[in-house]
Design a protein around this ligand. Sequence first.
Ligand code: PGA
Length: 248
Amino acid sequence: MRQTIIAGNWKMNSSKEVVNTLVMGILSGMADVKSKVIVCAPFPYLSQAEALATHSQLQIGAQDLNVNASGAFTGEVSAEMIKDFGVTHVIVGHSERRSLYGETDEIVAEKVQVALDNDLTPLFCIGEQLEERESGKTEAVVSRQVNAVINRVGIEAFKNIIVAYEPVWAIGTGVTATPQQAQDTHAFIRRLLADHDSDIAQSTPILYGGSMSPVNAEELMGCEDIDGGLIGGASLKAEDFLHICKAG
Ligand code: PGA
């Protein structure tokens, strides 16, 4: 039985005041949440989020990392640094990083490796663009993305990896994949993993992301191979986020 995991991706949103209200709001409703819950804060707010979430079941994630341990990399943040702030999870390969910052499958695979080497759980994101779906390339794209990571870290490493399937056309658009579209791709991803190891395929969490909301969360997470959500917009309101957490 896979545990449901709900991760909030705040992206480049927040302020000290918002972090305070948001985290306190989430914590106030966590008592009856059975899912594992993570919030991925922008780097400057990790310390504040960690302090607010101390002694709670809420876990803190970062949104990216640099592959180097330290040195002359102006503007970058290392795995060790985020760990210093009690971070347990890190988003790797989000479609915004891939498309806006040129992260290739190889860079993403290296980041997954560095996260694992530092005992951080990668939230490893994959997903196709609209034109790729429309031209029937969804399976080829997610295969390429998953295989790049398997080739780098090996299938055993998936014991410590959370996969997030996020169709790019559904991110921030209000257009969610239908439960059937999402389930079909999740099942395909699980089969990809099963080609290497069927037990690991069964135990790997595969989250859905892309306009998940209080309205559609229950139906999406009711699908056999959807083990939770990576939530952008709806993670910025405690009430909406909690609603999704409780749907899982
Ligand atoms: P969204 O973002 O929920 O706003 O679509 C999801 C994500 O980018 O992780």
